[in-house]
Design a protein around this ligand. Structure first.
Ligand code: GDP
Length: 195
């Protein structure tokens, strides 16, 4: 999709605040600093729309972006914060868990993994959790411009093995710098949402 209009419609901390238009939703998850804002900006053709994810300790919200009045991108705050309290982490986990398992409009989740490194414990836990609930998932390996093209096979194999990727979970190599993978990500989103 060639995106012209995008608007942050809601930063929600509870279900009553989620939008009620019924449009399909795609959620983005990943560790902080993985490149989630950068990928979102590439997908919506903006330089600096989605802000760098919230700092540790700040209120964590689910951010709903209206994309072309057709679907929502739902930015899920980065997991793997060291600095938030255990209680904050638990509350946050419950909100996300509830959203990801109960939301009818959710058509799929894009999980971002840093393409330069093997998946972390947090990445593995997140993926296994999505797989357990059979939530359609796309894995995007980010910052691939930092990886030599001769090592792509190694990257793919490290992620596939590390996450124990299921056969029905596609993996796309992406760079916000070169925009490699942008079209493939959009193809998946369009396929999942029917927009
Ligand atoms: P977020 O915390 O997941 O939203 O991550 P950001 O999008 O803010 O990116 C974190 C850092 O990684 C920033 O310094 C970005 O410039 C950098 N970054 C993000 N994507 C890429 C990429 O594709 N290539 C390179 N080389 N750096 C990237």
């Amino acid at each position: 999709m060639d995106v012209h209009e995008v608007e942050l419609v809601m930063s929600a901390v509870k279900e009553a605040q989620y939008p009620d238009t019924g449009w399909p939703e795609v959620a983005f998850v990943g560790r902080s600093n993985v490149g989630k804002s950068s990928m979102t900006n590439v997908l919506i053709n903006r330089k600096n729309y989605a802000h760098t994810s919230s700092q540790p300790g700040k209120t964590q919200t689910l951010n709903f972006y209206d994309v072309e009045h057709k679907l929502y991108f739902v930015d899920v705050p980065g997991y793997g914060y060291a600095k938030v309290s255990k209680k904050q982490r638990e509350q946050f986990g419950q909100m996300i868990e509830h959203y990801l398992t109960q939301r009818d409009q959710l058509r799929g989740v894009i999980q971002l993994i840093d393409g330069r490194h093997a998946p972390t414990e947090d990445d593995i836990m997140m993926y296994q959790w999505l797989a357990y609930y059979q939530i359609p998932t796309l894995i995007v390996a980010t910052k691939i411009d930092k990886v030599k093209s001769s090592s792509y096979t190694k990257t793919i194999s490290a992620i596939t093995k590390g996450l124990q990727l299921q056969a029905n979970t596609p993996l796309i190599l992406f760079s916000a710098k070169t925009k490699r993978g942008k079209q493939e990500i959009w193809d998946w989103i369009e396929q999942q949402t029917g927009v």
